[in-house]
Design a protein around this ligand. Sequence first.
Ligand SMILES: [Zn+2]
Length: 114
Amino acid sequence: MTEPPTPCARCGQPMVMSRQAPPGVRRHKSRRLCTSCYPRVLERGELECYPRLRRSSDNVLEEYQHLHEQGIRSRAVLASRLGLSPGALSTLLWRARRAGDERAEKPLTRRDRL
Ligand SMILES: [Zn+2]
């Protein structure tokens, strides 16, 4: 997979979003920051200036609860509406249940039923 390089939000240098980068090319670390900018931003306490790329699980659980209240029970449909893969949704729910989050205690159907 070769994606076009994205400029780092701080230094503007092109970086690749994958874990493997060709020699001399910067890698993305987090929050659209390259691996060399991220520690500097962290050190200066400016991380909040760079928004997360992914939503927090709290945000996803909030929307999950809302969709569930609308009667959507299919894991595949819920995952797609939340912008996640079904596997990622299961993992998120499992972690939330383990942490005692009641929003994750909703029954789900494994397969789509009409
Ligand atoms: Zn950078």
